[in-house]
Design a protein around this ligand. Structure first.
Ligand code: FAD
Ligand code: FO1
Length: 454
């Protein structure tokens, strides 16, 4: 029996048997060929069962407010997945329509013996898997290919913060931060069975009327992702500790769209960062974000079903925000005004414009951006709704556990602690315009964004 994949990454979802018949990898979160534990597990099953393997991707008609920008990026990445799999004689099929249903229909057509899928804690994904799991005739098995330490293994409950999850991850890191086996090609694949995908048609399915234009600054897919990773590690990583919070410095990696769409495994990045000769303080600071912070977001979404609402905030924060619910708001903006960067604050407007125009916003500005939305909307529920709407409509890396965790951290004290009390915010950590001014040259940031925008 091959043991390519650590059994602790694997979770049977519907308690049904693995039978004779092809193995389907239902790809969703981890849209890459290499460094993909779910792909490797499906390959292992096919080898052991002497069956063929096929990869299927269900193209949802719409996904958490994603528009042209995100679907275009994702589909171009999937076209490369198809090419790379052809080289390994592994068929790749796009299945447009309702994911939970289309995968069942397909598995019945080819009389599949088992369906493997990748781990994703988002409620919408769990819904798809519940539907699929109950209607499939065969086993549905989930593999955590997104976390270095499998989310369900790192902790069995919602963690208070990075400080409680970090030791649990560090204890297991050596067992899981391992090198990846290569994906073996298939032998006599009767390839004609599936034909190829009609990408023209697939592209035509992208939700109409979706406003944000494609993001020009980034090329989708596994190859470009590896290039971007190498460029970061050989350059900016060295000064990450000091530059990562300066919106005027290109101090961050810019890898989040690749990580979000799964073009690049965080485990691959961590292995390469560890081997690099960059400054230790910067490597540690980066790995803290890439491993602890990122995996803390999956922990939130797996164990707290209200991760995207006010009622998902820690109790102390809800109580504190309730006490200040009636405080007078010095400024009050609608979602439309915020979307159009039509506030009194030129720094906030620049960040919003950066996001709308490019599909990304500097990490430091994301904190300020969200906290001001809390300050300028009529109540915390409206603030959360507005921030999620804008983040998921415009950010290339949006619709991700990191986004829900980031917004709940900024507005609801999640994974944070109470600070000194003030109007509207209560005990939620505050950030001010002057505070930003003392941290970095805000004029330079504002000018750069307005030059880019015109
Ligand atoms: P780097 O600093 O180069 O970090 C590398 C990777 O580490 C990131 O790609 C990410 O996977 C992880 N990481 C870094 N910072 C964080 C963090 N604070 N929390 C969790 N993981 C982190 N991240 C998203 O991926 N999607 C989102 O929609 C998103 N929305 C956010 C909203 C708010 C209000 C806040 C405060 C943060 C949000 N973040 C989100 C987290 C973080 O800001 C981004 O991951 C980061 O800015 C992405 O840029 P980068 O890849 O260059 O980051
Ligand atoms: N996953 C799918 O399985 N099918 C889709 O059609 C799909 C569309 C999509 C669009 C934008 C986006 O940001 C993500 C999308 N995803 C889709 C899910 C994505 O792969 C991630 O799994 C989650 O967004 C993060 O957990």
């Amino acid at each position: 029996m091959h043991k390519l994949v650590d059994p602790r990454r694997i979770k049977p979802l519907n308690g049904k048997e693995t039978g004779r018949g092809p193995v389907i990898y239902w790809m969703s979160r981890d849209q890459r060929v290499e460094d993909n534990w779910a792909m490797l597990y499906a390959r292992e099953l096919a080898m052991n069962n002497k069956e063929q393997m096929v990869v299927a991707f269900c193209l949802a008609p719409e996904f958490l407010g994603a528009g042209y920008r995100q679907f275009d990026f994702m589909i171009r990445g999937l076209m490369q997945v198809e090419k790379r799999l052809q080289g390994l004689r592994i068929p790749f099929l796009m299945l447009p329509g309702k994911p939970g249903e289309e995968i069942v229909r397909f598995s019945k057509i080819i009389d599949a013996g088992v369906v493997v899928t990748d781990f994703d804690p988002l409620k919408v994904k769990r819904g798809w898997k519940e539907t699929a799991g109950s209607n499939l005739d065969c086993a549905l098995i989930e593999v955590d290919a997104h976390n270095i330490v499998p989310c369900r293994i790192a902790s069995g409950k919602m963690e208070y913060g990075a400080y409680t999850l970090r030791p649990k991850i560090n204890r297991l890191l050596n067992e899981f931060l391992t090198v990846f086996p290569a994906l073996a090609p298939q032998e006599n694949e009767d390839h004609h069975f599936f034909g190829t995908n009609d990408w023209q048609h697939i592209h035509s399915l992208i939700p109409a009327g979706s406003h944000a234009p494609a993001a020009e600054w980034i090329i989708p897919g596994e190859k470009a992702a590896h290039r971007a990773m190498d460029l970061f590690i050989d350059g900016p990583l060295d000064e990450y500790a000091s530059l990562r919070n300066d919106p005027n410095a290109a101090g961050q990696s810019g890898l989040s769209p690749y990580i979000h769409f799964g073009h690049l495994a965080s485990q691959r990045i961590a292995l390469c960062v560890k081997e690099s000769r960059a400054a230790t303080a910067s490597k540690e600071a980066f790995l803290e974000e890439l491993i602890v912070r990122k995996e803390l977001s999956d922990n939130l979404c797996l164990y707290n079903p209200m991760y995207d609402s006010f009622s998902g905030f820690p109790r102390w924060a809800q109580i504190s925000l309730d006490i200040h619910r009636k405080d007078e708001r010095q400024y009050l903006y609608s979602a439309g005004e915020l979307e159009r960067s039509a506030t009194h604050d030129d720094l906030w407007n620049a960040a919003q414009t950066e996001m709308v125009r490019t599909g990304r916003m500097h990490g430091y500005m994301r904190m300020y951006w969200a906290k001001k939305i809390l300050e300028w909307t009529k109540d915390p529920e409206e603030a959360v709704k507005t921030a999620i709407y804008l983040n998921d409509a415009y950010e290339l890396d949006g619709r991700d556990p990191n986004g829900y965790a980031g917004i709940a951290w900024a507005m609801g004290g999640l994974h944070d602690r109470p600070w000194s009390e003030r109007p509207v915010f209560g005990k939620i950590r505050y950030m001010s315009y002057n505070g930003c001014r003392s941290k970095f040259n805000i004029r330079q940031y504002i000018n750069r964004i307005s030059a880019m925008a015109h």
